[in-house]
Design a protein around this ligand. Structure first.
Ligand SMILES: *[C@@H]1O[C@H](CO)[C@@H](O)[C@H](O)[C@H]1NC(C)=O
Length: 518
């Protein structure tokens, strides 16, 4: 190769490697787990050399010259939050329209933000792609119409109809649980009918009722901005169904092997920073010296254990005190009369604890991030679900053999004792956790790199139209061949009429000829 060619090749390689894009990332949900998902996306995009503008209710410490953060002010108390006592008394009500209103509230908070307004109103401001967490409403897709760039949704849970219909079609409810579902297939007849009913209700609510508010909001909030930039104004439905990709926080090791369109990419585990800080000295000593193993107990961040009834705390401590293992309990308050083997910490570096070889069990609320971390580090779980998708996550973990489920109740200490005994006495849970962990890690590319790859693929290919599913624009009646059925029915009716006419005329002719004879 001559030297010119060599330089050209090097230049080409450099160009490919260092191609930096300008990306808008929006994670509006004010909840710790959603924040972790957003921070993970931002981290991988920055590592890939891109410039990121990040709209979030939280601000990350430390500065990166390529990162610009915009803090959304939001009334945190408006968030539908679980409360231990209401759940224990079975008073939790689950209403999709609460979530819908809530999403509209977060959208309002984002759009009213001064800095966001500045971005939107500055005609010089452009982005190569917008990456937005999907939550019950597609109104945020208006951002892609304003900036005239491709749109990528991030889905925080396993694939479900409400999000898959945005790039493909509803999943078959006969074997795919809906977003609000709490049971896993295989379904009984009654469950299957219920799933179909829920799927139909959700579709009607979303696509015919809620969408009216969204269309109106799109007209008011986004259309003037699109016009200001001198771009042709697409309809809300054109924008809403125009996503290039879904990055899904799902993986078959935990979820189900659902068939999926080409522009759904399962990247669960990307949020886990594999360069986590080592354990602080006191925790390291505790874990290192626990000869019989450590049980890590954390109910996550959106459920306050302070609200736990007094008698429940006492009965839990009694169960833990009788174990030979060390129990590390992440709890927001100091408890008196702690048994010797129980340690309470207000803050816990979860990945560092789970990765420790002496950690033998994780008692968790079963949030998807915690469940994913359990599989990442190969630890069995006891799931105590309290909210949203946690019931389904724990059901899945139980079905996979990763652990047991215990329900929140006043007598849960007894159930917990039984579950603890079974998991700690039988090696099969730990073996299964290691096996699932191997499946989780056995991928051609780590999930964070895969995420960054697909984001830049979407930009490079102008929205990746080649990945889009033909099902998206095939009307329901065509998929179900309802038109063919209609044609067949019409032909059958016509035939019947024809046959009747012929018979009738035969009969009359016969009658006439009979009469002639008489
Ligand atoms: C849909 O997305 C593609 C690719 O991002 C873009 O080129 C096109 O303009 C978008 N269409 C509408 C109606 O927004």
């Amino acid at each position: 190769m001559n030297s010119l060619g060599k330089y050209a090749l090097i230049a080409l390689l450099c160009f490919n490697i260092s191609e930096a894009y300008n990306i808008l990332v929006v994670f509006p949900m004010p909840a710790q787990s959603h924040r972790n998902l957003g921070d993970g996306v931002v981290r991988h995009l920055l590592n890939a050399g891109h410039e990121v503008t990040y709209i979030t209710p939280y601000i990350k410490e430390g500065s990166n010259p390529k990162l610009r953060q915009i803090k959304m002010i939001y009334d945190f108390d408006a968030l539908p939050k679980p409360h231990i006592k209401t759940i224990m008394n079975n008073e939790q009500d689950f209403n999709p329209s609460n979530f819908f209103n809530y999403t509209l509230g977060t959208h309002q908070a984002m759009i009213q933000n001064k800095e966001v307004q500045k971005l939107l109103r500055d005609p010089q401001q452009t982005f190569d792609v917008v990456v937005i967490e999907w939550l019950f409403s597609e109104l945020y897709s208006g951002l892609s119409a304003v900036f005239g760039c491709p749109l990528i949704w991030v889905s925080s849970v396993d694939p479900h109809s409400a999000i898959m219909q945005l790039i493909d079609e509803n999943l078959n409810p006969a074997y795919n649980p809906g977003l609000m579902s709490t049971v896993l297939p295989p379904y009984t007849f009654v469950q299957r009918v219920k799933e179909l009913f829920m799927s139909a209700v959700t579709t009607v609510l979303k696509n015919y009722i809620f969408v009216r508010y969204e269309r109106q909001a799109y007209e008011e909030l986004y259309v003037p901005l699109i016009k200001m930039r001198g771009r042709p104004v697409p309809t809300y439905d054109e924008v809403k169904f125009n996503a290039s990709l879904i990055l899904g926080n799902s993986h078959v090791s935990l979820g189900q092997a659902t068939r999926l369109p080409q522009n759904y990419k399962a990247v669960a585990g990307y949020h886990i920073d594999t360069n986590f800080k080592p354990l602080p000295e006191n925790l390291k000593k505790l874990l290192d010296s626990a000869k019989n193993g450590v049980i890590y107990f954390s109910m996550g961040s959106n459920l306050s254990s302070k609200d736990m009834p007094e008698e429940l705390k006492k009965s839990l401590l009694k169960v833990f005190g009788a174990l030979k293992q060390t129990v590390l309990w992440k709890f927001e308050e100091v408890l008196d009369d702690l048994p010797k083997n129980v340690h309470i910490v207000q803050w816990a570096p979860q990945p560092a604890i789970l990765s420790h070889p002496n950690c033998v069990l994780f008692i968790t609320h079963g949030g998807l991030l915690s469940a994913t971390e359990a599989v990442h580090f190969g630890k069995p779980i006891i799931g105590i679900p309290v909210f949203a998708d946690q019931f389904l996550n724990v059901e899945r973990a139980v079905k996979k053999g990763l652990g047991k489920r215990v329900d929140l109740s006043y007598s849960m200490a007894d159930d917990l004792e039984v579950a603890l005994k079974e998991i700690l006495d039988s090696p099969r849970y730990m073996e299964r956790a290691k096996e699932l962990s191997m499946i989780f890690h056995d991928r051609p590319t780590p999930p964070g790199e895969e995420l960054a790859h697909w984001v830049s693929h979407v930009i490079k290919t102008g929205g990746a139209p080649h990945l889009r599913s033909p099902a998206l624009h095939t009307p329901f009646y065509q998929k179900m061949y309802l038109d063919l059925i209609a044609v067949i029915v019409v032909i059958l009716i016509a035939l019947r009429i024809l046959v009747r006419r012929i018979c009738n005329s035969c009969k009359t002719k016969k009658l006439v000829s009979d009469k002639k004879y008489n």
